[in-house]
Design a protein around this ligand. Structure first.
Ligand SMILES: Cc1cc2nc3c(=O)[nH]c(=O)nc-3n(C[C@H](O)[C@H](O)[C@H](O)COP(=O)(O)OP(=O)(O)OC[C@H]3O[C@@H](n4cnc5c(N)ncnc54)[C@H](O)[C@@H]3O)c2cc1C
Length: 425
């Protein structure tokens, strides 16, 4: 009997962890597919955008990881899943000049896992596509950082602060704002006081409070920290349009901006609807059962931001977080080999470990315990350590115990070299 072929579509927070977990099984032939050649852990995308990246291991080649961990990597853009023929269809591969270097390709599978992630939702708001940045991938972060650096150079020269408006006060918006404030320091001139700001940052939130859906204590603490960082927060500000030069709200208020970051909400990637005849929820994600199987095909699974799983008794699906993606990857790494061998597996159970928000060098704050009564707010070094632990867990799972420990040690020693900044390309 040949090996069972497992195709994992998307090497993000969940897909890559799953590939590393399954590659240990000698009776499985694991193929990981991603449209880009290097893995970037998405929860740190705002650091790439602001240039405050604090670890080299935030981005790592899939080709290197494939040979280290024992899976096959196929670079290409997933277009469809042919469920009848059991293969994944990859778009023809084009080089930088848009010339085809490889035709449409097919990757055969016995089991397939869709882990293609999500995309920022614009809710049909006019002007978002044309005038706003989003943080969906490395290219978005690079484009925003290039603009940010240019704005800082201009502000230093004209002595007029550049204005950045961030739409959405969730983790992406608040963490990006804090990291931009940190990166601003690199452009301060000798002898110039902190009060001569080069950057004015405004966060607009449509809801009456920031971070809708989050714990009250956490929200208050985040707001205090944003205010201490001189970041304006405007609530009840539903954006009607993003324009060249600013943002207009439903009430007619105008917030002038040299750059606008749209960080409001997440939906499934448009391609999810076209992959096959999957059941799709209201946010464009693939509906799965408690074993993370798609409702139309038990041989095709979905996880992370691409999947919609409403736990028993819950009113809404699990949120699109790395915490969910990672737990689902760990679950499938255990349950898939068992299911392939003909055994039974218990359904997936999500354990909410809480929520952490990092303000870069200005610290971190978080709530631990999730929905339990014993939730507690953490801050200071404890919160910073808990936030770093998320990234460390990911590094450990992806690199394995030996390389993972070495990478973690190297990262811990990094601050001795001074604050991390990557403001170039
Ligand atoms: C700025 C920011 C901060 C965040 N902070 C946190 C946090 O602190 N804690 C937390 O839990 N979550 C956080 N999140 C959310 C978290 O990053 C996501 O929920 C998580 O990455 C989802 O994992 P995933 O595996 O489903 O998808 P992703 O990590 O998005 O990976 C999807 C992969 O699929 C690939 N792909 C996409 N389309 C195709 C295609 N057609 N063909 C081939 N490959 C494709 C992509 O290149 C990518 O590698 C944050 C997100 C952002 C943007």
């Amino acid at each position: 009997m040949g090996k069972t072929k497992v195709a994992i579509l998307g090497g993000g927070s969940g897909g890559l962890e799953l590939a590393c977990g399954l590659a240990r099984h000698e009776d499985l032939a694991v193929t990981l597919i991603d449209r880009v050649g290097a893995h970037l852990w998405k929860p740190r995308l705002h650091e790439f955008a602001a240039g405050t990246v604090d670890t080299n291991l935030t981005e790592i080649s899939f080709y290197v990881l494939a040979s280290l961990r024992g899976f096959h990597f196929e670079q290409g853009e997933v277009m469809a899943i042919d469920r009848a023929r059991r293969h994944v269809v990859l778009k023809r591969f084009e080089d930088a000049r848009s010339e085809a270097v490889a035709p449409e390709r097919f990757v055969a599978y016995d089991r397939c896992v869709v882990a293609l992630g999500g995309v920022t939702a614009d809710f049909g708001t006019p002007g978002v596509r044309e005038h706003a940045y989003r943080l969906d991938g490395r290219a978005d972060a690079d484009a925003f950082r290039t603009t940010f650096v240019a704005l800082m150079i201009g502000a230093r020269e004209t002595r007029r602060p550049a204005r950045i408006v961030i739409v959405g006060s969730g983790a992406t918006g608040t963490e990006l704002a804090a990291n931009l404030r940190q990166a601003e320091q690199a452009f301060f001139e000798e002898g110039r006081g902190e009060r001569d700001r080069l950057l004015s940052i405004t966060i607009l939130e449509a809801a009456p409070e920031i971070m809708p859906g989050s714990d009250d204590k956490l929200r208050r603490s985040v707001l205090e920290r944003l205010q201490a960082l001189d970041i304006d927060v405007v609530t009840n500000a539903k954006v009607a349009a993003v324009e060249d030069g600013g943002v207009r709200t439903g009430s007619g208020a105008i917030y002038p901006a040299e750059a606008t970051m749209w960080a409001a909400g997440l939906v499934g990637l448009p391609v999810l609807k076209e992959l096959a005849d999957f059941e799709i929820d209201g946010k464009g994600r693939i509906v799965v059962d408690p074993w993370l199987r798609t409702t139309v095909d038990p041989l095709v699974h979905a996880l992370g931001d691409a999947a919609s799983l409403t736990p028993d008794g819950a009113e809404r699906p699990l949120p699109p977080t790395a915490q969910v993606a990672s737990q689902q990857a760990a679950y499938l790494a255990r349950s898939l080999p068992r299911a392939i061998a003909g055994g039974d597996a218990a359904p997936f159970r999500y354990r909410n470990k809480g929520q952490l928000i990092s303000f870069g060098q200005a610290g971190a704050v978080g709530i631990l315990g999730g929905t339990r009564k014993d939730d507690f707010l953490i801050h200071g070094q404890f919160a910073k350590a808990a936030y770093s632990a998320l990234a460390r867990d990911h590094q450990w799972t992806v690199l394995g115990p030996v390389r993972g420990s070495m990478a973690i040690l190297a990262d811990i020693m990094m601050p001795a070299k001074g604050p991390a900044l990557k403001l170039h390309g």
